[in-house]
Design a protein. Structure first.
Length: 142
């Protein structure tokens, strides 16, 4: 359903509040039928929120966004998708070595998507967010 909405109902992103409602429905679905995804999302949020300088806020396309120094390090959607922006060369490298895919709506950019299906995916999600976090803080280059 997620991919159908992204591909076919893209106009819906221009309707105020609709993407947030859709994200809430995805989260509610997972809460009812896929509790392991909700537990994993909660673990990621809890861990990242503890990092110095992290600010949590609502993402403009629905979900939870993590910012550091005024820049986004990544965001979580209610269906378990973690989206992170890297440079194009870094994205290409990550796609070869990690379990990441091109972003669902920006495939030709530096954005990557990582699907969180269970708590066993949390360590890799945190590693990806940590990489973005270090880049934003100037400790690594994107």
């Amino acid at each position: 359903m997620f991919h159908f909405v992204i591909k076919r109902l893209r106009f819906a992103t221009r309707v105020p509040g609709l993407v947030h409602c859709f994200n809430a429905l995805l989260f509610a679905w997972n809460l009812c039928f896929h509790c392991e995804i909700v537990r994993a999302l909660d673990a990621v949020e809890t861990a990242v929120a503890a990092w110095p300088g992290i600010v949590r806020r609502s993402h403009h396309y629905g979900g939870l966004q993590f910012d550091c120094a005024g820049r986004e390090i990544g965001h979580l959607h209610g269906n378990g998708v973690l989206d992170i922006r890297f440079s194009k060369p870094m994205k290409d490298s990550l796609m070869q070595a990690w379990k990441v895919v091109e972003h669902h709506s920006l495939p030709h950019s530096g954005w990557i998507s990582f699907w969180i299906h269970s708590p066993s995916d949390v360590p890799q999600a945190l590693e990806l967010l940590q990489l973005s976090y270090r880049c934003v803080r100037g400790e690594d280059s994107l």
